[in-house]
Design a protein around this ligand. Structure first.
Ligand code: FAD
Ligand code: NAI
Length: 462
């Protein structure tokens, strides 16, 4: 039993960043985490392992497609799946170990075990009850499944099972053309699996800029993924060798079946609050099962706060981290703040897809007068040199003031390029500010500058 200024429940990106920032500001901090390692979903079964497998399989794809074109004659690449999984596990270990080091460095106590909140100001882990002036819930999220679908994490898997399959399947049906479906679908497609993605809506990646979404689908199809859109999955039946996905077209109502060795259910995630005792504590929830909070992350119970996937907003690690920083600063008497208008999102496929701010569809719906500046990577010397001319940069700026309202990039290093625009947006920059900033040659970021120029008199290389 110990007394803390702050106890954080959950050591994912929201919780661990909150704890470190609070410790930096002089608070005595404990973090309850029930997993065997720190880092939450993101480091253990999310962002980091998926990016390791995306990296390895991207290199494989390069070896198959581009090595010989550059005179690199290395023979037929072989995949050792168990070594690839060990590489992924090593990467996880380095990252989770890194958080443990940061906890020690910042004198943060890791209270090992699953926590509940028996009363305001109290956190119970095992038989011990700890006192805390403030409690931050950062318990994250879990995969949501569909009615008629039973997950066994071997044949019918969520992302967690898909990150650790015993062997590379011959065929896979992915249910849901969202971020997880397309990232993990890409991993297995590059490994030679026949991947079919079944999506309820008529387009992939709902909410994404429509033009980007269409081009993205075309490029993924070129890589071998098959899409069945506008189709609702009715159920999944186990067979002797795999599973059968039963689906029905929303337009024609026709029912069809697809057999596969493995089925990945990637239809979204839901907040995880099991065992916290929130009902008894009287914490208000939203109709979507999230913990209801005000703009200072306070729940309906005094002294109890919530951040990250468990509250509203995009389920992204960096959103959770920024909320962690903001709530720690608020608890230390400062003015923590998150700008929800400038949260980038990235899909780490090849090509990468990234966006920040508003889409053209959102601007049209709001009746905002806007300009579009577009530039294709085919006009970028660096992109052509590395066979990555597919895709484009699109910048949207206010028609009257030229202030940047959004940016959407599909192409090489899109996930890094987007931050140039994000910083510009934080400073309230106009597209002309980006266009007049000297960009080094030859870089992919010249394509961002050219798109900004296209919001004015026109790009130079288009
Ligand atoms: P989490 O990371 O979920 O951490 C919550 C922690 O709380 C867990 O460790 C859990 O064990 C612990 N916990 C829960 N209840 C208790 C309790 N009662 N007591 C003690 N501990 C408890 N986001 C990105 O931004 N970029 C990506 O590339 C990306 N890739 C992803 C890939 C996959 C396959 C998945 C599944 C997710 C990915 N995400 C990505 C989303 C990202 O992982 C989440 O948005 C992020 O982890 C949320 O952070 P969090 O701190 O809110 O919660
Ligand atoms: P998602 O919300 O991105 O996509 C789910 C998809 O499933 C949607 O397109 C939806 O229309 C579809 N769907 C729902 N029900 C269906 C049905 N019955 N039949 C067919 N399709 C159906 O969710 P996803 O991919 O599971 O990811 C969960 C969260 O994890 C996301 O919020 C995302 O932000 C986060 N994440 C982020 C990553 C990144 O930033 N690179 C990577 C992976 C996950």
């Amino acid at each position: 039993m110990a007394t803390y200024d702050l106890i954080v429940i959950g050591a994912g990106p929201g919780g661990y960043v909150c704890a470190i920032r609070a410790a930096q500001l002089g608070l005595k901090v404990g973090v309850a985490e029930g997993r065997a390692t720190l880092g939450g979903t993101c480091l253990n079964v999310g962002c980091i392992p998926s990016k390791a497998l995306l990296h390895a399989t991207h290199e494989l794809h390069e070896a198959h497609t581009n090595f010989a074109r550059m005179g690199l004659m290395v023979g037929e690449p072989q995949v050792d799946w168990s070594r690839m999984l060990s590489y992924k596990d090593d990467v996880i270990g380095q990252n989770t170990g890194g958080i443990e080091f940061l906890f020690k460095k910042n004198k943060i106590d890791w209270i090992k075990g699953f926590a509940s909140i028996p009363a305001p100001g109290q956190v119970k882990v095992g038989d011990d009850t700890h006192e805390a002036k403030a409690i931050v819930i950062a318990s994250g999220s879990q995969s949501s499944t569909l009615p008629g679908v039973t997950v066994d994490e071997e044949v019918v898997v969520t992302s967690t099972g898909a990150l650790a399959l015993k062997s590379i399947p011959g065929s896979m049906v992915v249910i849901g053309a969202g971020v997880i479906g397309l990232e993990m679908g890409s991993v297995y497609s590059r490994l030679g699996t026949k991947v079919t993605v079944v999506e309820y809506l008529d387009a992939i990646t709902p909410g994404m800029d429509g033009e980007v979404s269409k081009q993205f689908q075309r490029l993924l199809q070129k890589q071998g993924l098959t899409f069945v859109l506008g189709t609702a999955v009715q159920g999944v039946e186990r067979t002797a060798t795999g599973a059968t996905v039963v689906h029905r077209s929303r337009k024609t109502e026709e029912e069809a079946r697809i057999e596969a060795d493995v089925v990945l259910v990637a239809t979204g995630r839901k907040p995880y609050v099991d065992g916290l005792g929130l009902d008894a504590l009287g914490v208000q929830m939203t109709p979507r099962g999230q913990i209801a909070t005000d703009d200072r992350f306070a729940t309906s119970v005094p002294g109890v706060y919530a951040i990250g996937d468990v509250r509203e907003g995009p389920m992204l690690a960096h959103k959770a981290e920024d909320e962690g920083t903001a709530v720690a600063e608020i608890l230390a008497g400062q003015h923590g703040h998150v700008n929800y208008g400038v949260i980038p999102s990235v899909i780490y496929t090849t090509p990468e897809v990234a966006s920040v701010g508003l889409t053209e569809e959102q601007l049209k719906a709001a009746g905002t007068a806007y300009k579009v500046g577009k530039f294709p990577f085919l006009g970028n010397g660096r992109a052509k040199a590395v066979f990555q001319g597919d895709g484009f940069v699109k910048i949207l700026s206010d028609k009257a003031t030229d202030r940047i309202l959004g940016a959407h990039i599909i192409g090489p290093m899109a996930g890094d390029l987007i931050h140039e625009v994000a910083v510009a947006m934080e400073f309230g920059a106009a597209a002309e500010d980006l266009a007049r900033t000297c960009h080094a040659h030859p870089t992919f970021s010249e394509a961002v500058r050219e798109a900004a120029l296209a919001c004015g008199d026109g790009a130079i290389h288009a």
